[in-house]
Design a protein around this ligand. Structure first.
Ligand SMILES: NC(=O)c1ccc[n+]([C@@H]2O[C@H](COP(=O)([O-])OP(=O)(O)OC[C@H]3O[C@@H](n4cnc5c(N)ncnc54)[C@H](OP(=O)(O)O)[C@@H]3O)[C@@H](O)[C@H]2O)c1
Length: 304
């Protein structure tokens, strides 16, 4: 495993973060056992950073992780534990809209809920999950400061924020914004184009890539690829994986890792062999030419 600091903090994170969104599965005994095994496989493979959200598995993902920590308490101090909040599902009330909620009380309660389910005293990083259209930046800044002063959160980040939203919050928050967790994969390249990755480089904000394999290992969210697109990408990936002596999905991870903004991909597989094998991407000497070849295959045309 390789490691690097998140932003300029002392959080020395594995370059591959383990994503806990799928660990509770359907919450059956069988799926929970599989999830626990996945967590321990990730630890064995050298992942030291685990990504959560209050809503994953309706709270069951954090609860399952809490069980693992209870069974192996020595792990807590070795791991970086991140969670997210601010998405408010309708939860049984059919008339309630699913909404985003960055109001002070909701975020404070959300962090308390995560800490309780995880069975820990403090989150290493707390992220706002998706930008609340009704976000009051001053209220968020006040909430971050309260969480820090209470010793409940060490660092703060955002997720799915546009550069303008990051900038607005940065301008008023006493707490640094150290990471932006965004979707980056071969289908969704918006962060290359909308200034997100430029902003990350400029301010040393760590970009963390969710669903890094979307569009390759499984269909992309909101897939707009045609069958021709998919064939072109598969052909190029096949050539490159032969050249690098690895699997196509490992090439995709290398493609993300090539970016100078220092992207930390989140691995969401619950299959121990894949959790381990993802590390192959860290040692590929992936070339600029291949980066552009794959970009060209994805776009269906060369850059101008
Ligand atoms: N901030 C956000 O808004 C947001 C949104 C979504 C996700 N996330 C975070 O990002 C993490 C990663 O997302 P993700 O789970 O979608 O990531 P992913 O690693 O791109 O995808 C994992 C899925 O792909 C399958 N898979 C992996 N390698 C495969 C292969 N070689 N062939 C076929 N299938 C393969 C896995 O199946 P198996 O389990 O069977 O291996 C699993 O279903 C989440 O756990 C969560 O922490 C954040």
């Amino acid at each position: 495993m390789k490691f690097d600091n998140i932003s300029d903090t002392a959080l020395y994170s594995s370059k591959l973060i383990y994503g806990c969104m799928r660990i509770a599965g359907d919450n059956s005994e069988l799926d929970r056992a599989k999830g626990k095994k996945a967590i321990l496989s990730a630890v064995d493979a050298g992942y030291n950073h685990f990504d959560h959200a209050d809503i994953y598995g309706g709270g069951e993902s954090e609860r399952l992780f809490g069980e693992v920590l209870k069974e192996s308490p020595h792990l807590r101090d070795k791991l970086i534990i991140t969670s997210k909040g601010g998405i408010r599902p309708r939860k049984g009330d059919e008339y309630a809209p699913t909404r985003y909620d960055f109001s002070k009380q909701y975020i404070l309660d959300s962090v308390d809920g995560s800490l309780k389910r995880l069975g820990i005293e403090k989150l290493d990083m707390f992220m706002l999950h998706r930008p609340d259209f009704l976000m009051n930046i001053h209220e968020v800044a006040e909430t971050f400061a309260l969480l820090k002063a209470a010793g409940k959160v060490e660092h703060f980040g955002v997720s799915n924020f546009l550069p303008s939203q990051v900038e607005a919050l940065r301008a008023v928050s006493s707490q640094a914004i150290i990471a932006n967790q965004v979707e980056i994969n071969i289908h969704n390249v918006s962060t290359l184009l909308d200034g997100t990755l430029d902003q990350c480089q400029q301010h040393n904000i760590s970009p963390i890539a969710w669903c890094p394999l979307g569009g390759v290992a499984y269909p992309a969210w909101g897939n707009t690829f045609s069958t021709d697109d998919e064939h072109r990408i598969a052909d190029e990936l096949s050539q490159q994986s032969q050249r690098y002596q690895c699997e196509p999905w490992q090439v995709i991870l290398a493609w993300l890792l090539k970016h100078p903004a220092n992207i930390f991909p989140i691995i969401g597989s619950t299959t121990p062999a894949r959790i381990e094998a993802a590390k192959t991407a860290l040692s590929l000497e992936y070339s600029r030419e291949d980066w552009y070849r794959l970009f060209e295959a994805r776009n269906g045309e060369s850059v101008p």
